[in-house]
Design a protein around this ligand. Structure first.
Ligand SMILES: Cc1cc2nc3c(=O)[nH]c(=O)nc-3n(C[C@H](O)[C@H](O)[C@H](O)COP(=O)(O)OP(=O)(O)OC[C@H]3O[C@@H](n4cnc5c(N)ncnc54)[C@H](O)[C@@H]3O)c2cc1C
Length: 346
């Protein structure tokens, strides 16, 4: 570690790697340090389901109802561009188990969706006589740890893991060494408020599990069961990855500490046994910590006209948004209008 860097980035998740990527693209001669208080990739970015998602239609429909059609449409396009930027940068290929099989939002009743918003999307298909399914062909998935590794390996940066970090909004010390820098980026998502008092991000845990491989069926695509708040997909090895049901024990899950929740884990396993095959067996269960903002959207910007910048508040769509938002934050260093108003605090 040197004692001066052009850019110091706190965190090592998809947000931090995306920041490092776009900073390197724009300022190739500048130096970058990534520093994390845990081992690299400790956060939700390595623990998620790997949906490179624009999200369920339930989510966008809710956004359309709460924030209006133009906001929901902007959000949908923002996520789609995130996918395209990752793909065009060469990060989505076989080496990260990338698949573009689309996604399905399954609901128990024909969704009451605005014709204008969904005019490009085929009408829901009735399945099993009592469920409806929206198919969105452009969605994809990947192996999240492999994606992180691929982005990380493409970077020319210094890294400090398991670091002792202190920052009082003026001085930054890492492992007792005071560091000078031109710009500091705080991209620690759920742990944003441990460094910057605002914007307000609250940590929330989410449960996820993986079954043993099955050859009983092949499931193509990402599935959102909107009524149940459950999402699942099958990976390359034939394992079902299923997560969700946070609200089943919301109080316990309002934490920044990792840990499996038996009640939620059992319900997730039961769901895939009931829905897909009673032969499915648990292989691994784990959790991850996300960051929630009040309006459920991530936020980014300059912190109080200082040389500190932040990006965080990614809940269930960080893989579907962070790469694009990091680009816009880097662009905003020279052009303040580059950052979409949707993600700013004002
Ligand atoms: C179970 C689960 C499933 C999910 N599934 C999906 C999905 O399929 N698709 C999707 O798009 N999203 C999904 N998400 C959400 C997604 O994983 C997150 O939105 C995204 O990973 C957030 O990335 P990040 O880089 O901002 O934060 P993180 O990956 O959490 O990284 C934050 C990093 O900051 C570090 N840190 C903390 N404090 C400090 C400090 N003081 N100094 C330095 N470093 C610090 C942490 O150690 C951590 O490494 C899921 C989340 C969970 C938990």
């Amino acid at each position: 570690m040197k004692n001066k860097y052009s850019f110091i980035i706190l965190g090592t998740g998809i947000s931090s790697l995306s920041m490092a990527h776009w900073l390197s693209q724009k300022y190739p001669n500048d130096s970058i340090l990534l520093a994390d208080i845990h081992e690299k990739f400790y956060g939700a970015s390595s623990k998620n389901a790997g949906f490179l998602t624009v999200g369920s239609f339930h989510f966008f429909n809710k956004m359309a109802q709460e924030k209006g059609l133009s906001t929901a449409t902007e959000l949908l396009q923002f996520c789609q561009t995130n996918h395209d930027l990752l793909f065009n940068a060469g990060f989505l290929d076989d080496s990260v188990e990338y698949k573009k099989d689309g996604s399905y939002t399954v609901t128990s009743s024909a969704p009451n969706m605005s014709q204008e918003f969904f005019k490009k999307i085929p009408a829901p298909i009735a399945i099993k006589g009592h469920e409806f399914c929206h198919h969105y062909a452009l969605d994809g998935s990947c192996h999240p740890q492999k994606l992180l590794n691929k982005i990380f390996k493409s970077l020319s940066v210094d890294l400090v893991e398991n670091a002792k970090i202190s920052f009082d909004l003026k001085n930054l010390t890492i492992n007792d060494q005071t560091l000078a820098y031109d710009k500091l980026f705080v991209t620690t998502n759920a742990w944003l408020n441990q460094i910057l008092p605002t914007p307000l991000v609250s940590p929330q845990r989410a449960q996820i599990l993986k079954t043993k491989p099955t050859r009983d069926f092949i499931l193509k695509g990402n599935f959102y069961f909107s009524d149940h708040l459950i999402y699942l997909r099958q990976n390359k090895a034939g394992q079902i990855i299923v997560g969700g049901l946070r609200t089943l024990d919301a109080e316990t899950e309002a934490t920044d500490q990792l840990g499996t929740n038996t009640k939620i884990q059992n319900a997730l396993l039961q769901f895939v046994k009931d829905r897909l095959s009673k032969n499915l067996e648990l292989a691994e269960a784990w959790s991850g910590i996300m960051g929630f903002t009040e309006n459920h959207l991530p936020c980014a910007g300059q912190y109080q006209e200082s040389s500190t910048y932040f990006m965080g508040g990614f809940s269930g769509h960080g893989m579907g948004m962070a790469f694009h938002l990091a680009k816009r934050l880097v662009d905003s260093l020279e052009n303040p209008n580059a950052l979409p108003k949707l993600f700013t605090l004002s």
